[in-house]
Design a protein around this ligand. Structure first.
Ligand code: SAM
Ligand code: SF4
Ligand code: SF4
Length: 355
């Protein structure tokens, strides 16, 4: 039996909790759906997530009331930042309702959304802002239409996404960030055009190393264009200076344009893993807690919701799981000789736990 299952359901701890490696629980990523209208090759390749793929049914998804109750329990344990993700979170109807529920929670300092922006109309951006959303991250991997479509495997025009980004910037969120996953042989040629496009604008561009998430994206170390290579390439054309982290546990390393045209970030999960500072828990769309992006299994919290357990009892349960946490997949990957990651074990899919 998992130690957490036998944990007594007593009062929750009143102060932040640490796992077995001394990492405090601070962030929560909530996946609100496993469905997406894109089929990015690095996340939901078309040949696997095609017509025959069995997505979760509507009644399997956590309701907004259930998500709120779980988030309240996480807040008791020290979570101060929540990010809504998916799949594509804007596919969930009236996401604003969930945002409203979470935005009013005391002690939650930050409420953010990660989206592909395909459904981010001006009205939607405005209503999300009104509902209390603080920050938005938008995924965009290329500015060349052909490369963009090749990666995302959709027919909708790139112009729609660029419009979505404009709407996010116009809505007045605290920050808008653009996430670009860089893959060798796929979109390295887009690094400079992306920098050129976003330099001096209100959106911060961040480069993410291609990761071996899930089981289907044919990841290989040979396809990873490292953070250092990305920085070197940009620096040669647009000189950069390193910046200090904004806060403990920030995953992106920040750099500023020497000419004052803003900053960029790099997320070096493969070449410079940050497991030592990983303060993030993940909640799947069906209410399972994952303590690592690369975990093989989650812990079913929904059964406690069904039993009508109180927030305090849920917090005790979650606290026991976090205290027992040892995950450091990326740090261990660095030590493994296989260039293609693990092939004989099933990891959770990124679209299922929200990246
Ligand atoms: N659909 C939304 C989107 O794309 O922004 C939210 C969910 S998506 C799973 C969250 C983030 O994970 C995106 O920024 C995406 O680029 C990133 N991602 C997905 N697969 C990845 C991979 N194999 N390596 C690195 N980042 C990945
Ligand atoms: Fe969909 Fe986001 Fe995954 Fe692309 S990265 S397939 S947009 S969930
Ligand atoms: Fe955190 Fe797991 Fe990623 Fe390490 S591999 S940074 S523990 S999510």
């Amino acid at each position: 039996m998992n130690p957490a299952e036998s944990a007594p359901l007593t009062a929750p701890p009143s102060r932040p909790i640490s796992d077995r490696r001394g990492r405090t629980l601070r962030d929560l990523r909530v996946s609100v759906t496993d469905r997406c209208n894109f089929r990015c090759g690095y996340c939901m390749p078309k040949d696997v997530f095609g017509r025959g793929y069995r997505f979760l049914s509507k009644n399997q998804l956590l309701s907004y009331a259930e998500i709120e109750k779980l988030v309240r329990a996480f807040i008791r344990l020290g979570v101060r930042k929540v990010r809504l993700s998916g799949g594509e979170p804007l596919l969930r109807p009236d996401l604003e309702e969930l945002v409203r529920r979470l935005a009013r929670l005391e002690k939650l300092d930050d409420l953010a959304l990660t989206t592909n922006a395909s459904l981010l109309t001006a009205a939607r951006a405005e209503s999300l802002k009104q509902a209390g959303l603080r920050r938005v991250n938008i995924s965009l991997d290329a500015l060349d239409e052909k490369i963009y479509r090749n990666i995302n495997q959709i027919q909708s025009p790139l112009a729609d996404i660029l419009q979505g980004i404009e709407h996010a910037m116009a809505a007045g969120f605290d920050s808008v960030k653009i996430n670009m996953v860089v893959q060798k042989g796929v979109n390295v040629s887009e690094i400079i055009p992306m920098v050129r496009y976003f330099r001096g604008r209100a959106a911060v561009l961040r480069f993410i190393e291609f990761m071996d998430v899930g089981n289907h994206n044919q990841w290989s170390l040979r396809q990873v264009f490292t953070a250092q290579q990305i920085i070197d390439r940009i620096h040669a054309q647009y000189p950069l200076q390193p910046l200090h982290a904004n806060y403990h546990g920030e995953v992106a390393k920040r750099w500023r344009h020497v000419d004052g045209k803003g900053e960029i970030g790099v997320i070096a999960s493969i070449s410079q893993p940050f497991c030592g500072g990983c303060v993030r828990a993940r909640l799947s769309a069906v209410g399972e807690l994952y303590t690592c992006l690369f975990a093989r299994a989650g812990f079913d919290l929904r059964k406690f919701l069904k039993l009508n357990r109180s927030e305090a009892e849920l917090a005790t349960q979650i606290g026991a799981l976090w205290r027992n946490r040892q995950d450091q997949y990326s740090a261990e990957r660095l030590l493994r000789p296989q260039p293609t990651g693990e092939t004989n074990s099933r990891k959770v899919e990124m679209s299922y736990i929200g990246g």
